[in-house]
Design a protein around this ligand. Structure first.
Ligand code: ATP
Length: 310
């Protein structure tokens, strides 16, 4: 079957005068690990809510495995598990009850071994009888993920699942989502962590001001920027930069010199030779390529990361 997992066609949504989504077209294929990136207020959560049928668009339509999210809400909704950004929970239930209730809501009475698998993968085994209010913030977040996946949907949508989560848990969540994706689940992830998108996603849509600014594979996005950097450490901190290299000079701090060049026109070896020709000795060097953060910044003019990834 060639049907897309999620087909988004011309979605528009305004809140009063604010146009949150200005006509979004996206097709997410089955089995993809898809990243939705954008700065705060770009429209990512509104788009996710539209896919989940929680927001009715002003125009356009979304289909989940061929089911229209408005006309055929129940079928569309059953095929997705949404992990919301906000941690909302019922304080009166235990972890196991919360997960079972959610499965029941989608008509799954017998979770079989899936409950244990979820609890194990999310490291919640010893918390299965704990009351939700007894859990730490990170644990509650893990329960939200288990809850969203309780009915074993073919598509998982994770809205910043690792925001505020410690490094170790973040790693284990990455592993788990990667495993689910490897088993055939389509995963859509919104994140502020470019490191996360770079590591996990096959294709990435960059959303800014309610519109798709770029949509491509991660590798193609990274290849768009042909700028490269060469950083050298000079033997002599007072040495003059050869004139042939001054057009490339991005920064200098004593013996540390940062050169920026276009890889299609120049090479690091050529630039190093220019030092040698001018008799300036180089004691160390390294090169680096632009990151998704650089590409993101050049497309949107904004930084994506609001927190440090430690
Ligand atoms: N229910 C609402 N009523 C009014 N304005 C809203 C509502 N929901 C979202 N908005 C506005 O729509 C725009 C897009 O918001 P949205 O939450 O979709 O962005 P986002 O990309 O998910 O941002 P973040 O990364 O901060 O979560 C924002 O300007 C937001 O203030």
């Amino acid at each position: 079957m060639s049907q897309a997992a999620i087909s988004i066609q011309g979605i528009r949504k305004s809140f009063g005068k604010l146009q949150a989504l200005k006509g979004i077209d996206l097709e997410i294929q089955r089995g993809e690990f898809f990243g939705l990136l954008g700065p705060n207020g770009a429209g990512k959560s509104t788009l996710i809510s539209t896919i989940a049928g929680l927001v009715v668009p002003d125009g356009g339509k979304v289909e989940v495995l061929g089911n229209d999210t408005v006309k055929n809400y129940r079928h569309a909704r059953r095929n997705i598990g949404v992990v919301p950004q906000e941690v909302v929970y019922d304080p009166f239930f235990t972890v196991e009850e919360v997960i079972r209730n959610q499965a029941g809501y989608f008509g799954v009475r017998d979770m079989g071994g899936w409950l244990d698998e979820l609890l194990d993968a999310l490291e919640l085994d010893d918390k299965r009888d704990a009351n939700m209010r007894q859990l730490s913030g990170g644990m509650k977040r893990r329960v939200l993920i288990a809850q969203a996946l309780a009915h074993r949907p073919p598509i998982a949508i994770l809205d910043e699942p690792t925001a505020g989560v410690d490094v170790e848990l973040r790693r284990s969540l990455w592993e788990f989502t990667r495993r689910l994706n490897g088993e055939g689940m389509t995963v859509v992830l919104t994140t502020h962590y470019l490191e996360e998108a770079e590591e996990l996603c096959d294709r990435i849509a960059i959303i800014h001001n309610g519109a798709v600014q770029a949509l491509d594979t991660k590798d193609a996005l990274l290849a768009r920027d042909t700028t490269r950097s060469l950083c050298v450490t000079l033997e002599d901190a007072a040495a003059r930069i050869p004139e042939t290299l001054t057009p490339f000079l991005a920064d200098r701090d004593g013996e540390e010199v940062h050169l920026r060049f276009n890889k299609e026109e120049h090479s690091p070896v050529e630039l190093l030779n220019r030092f040698q020709e001018a008799g300036v000795a180089v004691k160390d060097l390294h090169t680096f390529s632009p990151s998704l953060e650089d590409i993101f910044r050049s497309l949107t003019g904004e930084h994506l990361s609001t927190e440090e990834v430690s």
